[in-house]
Design a protein around this ligand. Structure first.
Ligand code: G6P
Ligand code: MG
Length: 220
């Protein structure tokens, strides 16, 4: 599946749920939209949306309900308005515990660092956190056509920083993101519960738990 012996040269970070807890704000935006439309939706159903693009998230919420394209676009715009409004109070303190230190720690070791996020709001969120300059490259929801779980976004992030896929490790909180990293032939580190990201090469409960030496260690 991958060349495990290659030395890791770069760390690709998912954004929502890894660098900051905007996964929760995405959920609240979808929940409000679903409530308004009278569509059953809850936290459990939201698990399937984690890391999934805006258009595919709405498709999952709507299921087989016949909703015309124009109305879908309005719904996506509304959810995005809710989400963007919820970012208004966001500041540097809203990075997840350990996230900023992990990024700077990677850089201090001479590793390249990049963002691989499905979100079209990635730069807005990074700016709010004061982390726009913390990365060597930013791949976001507008970067590629095929969203996670396709490998394209992480491959694009790797190309932005001039690193071979097999020399990249990905930190991801979403099942679809771990799938994307594996499909890209990268080392995958899951952040979150076993049932969600247990198929990654390594898993930690939170970003603060990540042991970078363990992540970088050659694997068999
Ligand atoms: C990330 C989040 C998803 C979100 C997607 C698109 O992957 O984990 O919850 O749906 O980005 O975000 P956007 O800001 O473009 O709607
Ligand atoms: Mg995520």
């Amino acid at each position: 599946m991958e060349a495990q012996q290659v030395e890791i040269e770069a760390v690709l970070f998912d954004l929502d749920g890894v660098i900051t807890d905007t996964a929760e704000q995405h959920y609240l935006g979808w929940q409000r939209l679903a409530d308004e439309a009278g569509i059953p939706f809850d936290r459990e159903a939201n698990e399937a949306l984690r890391g999934v693009s805006r258009v595919e998230s709405l498709a999952l919420i709507l299921g087989d309900r016949p909703v015309p394209l124009e109305e879908r676009e309005q719904m996506m715009a509304r959810k995005n308005d809710y989400y963007v409004a919820s970012l208004a109070d966001m500041g540097p303190d809203d990075a997840l515990p350990g996230a900023r230190e992990l990024v700077t720690g990677c850089r201090a070791r001479g590793l390249k660092v990049a963002i691989g996020s499905s979100s079209r709001n990635a730069r807005t969120v990074l700016a709010a956190l004061g982390m726009l300059d913390a990365f060597d490259g930013i791949a976001d929801g507008a970067s590629v056509e095929h969203a996670k779980p396709a490998p394209d976004l992480f491959l694009h992030a790797a190309s932005l920083i001039g690193t071979a896929a097999e020399a990249c490790v990905v930190l991801e909180d979403a099942r679809s993101g771990v799938d994307a990293a594996l499909a890209a032939g990268m080392r995958a580190v899951g952040i979150g519960p076993e049932e969600r990201v247990g198929h990654a090469h390594l898993r930690y409960d939170t970003v603060a738990d990540v042991d970078i030496d363990e992540v970088l260690a050659p694997r068999r």
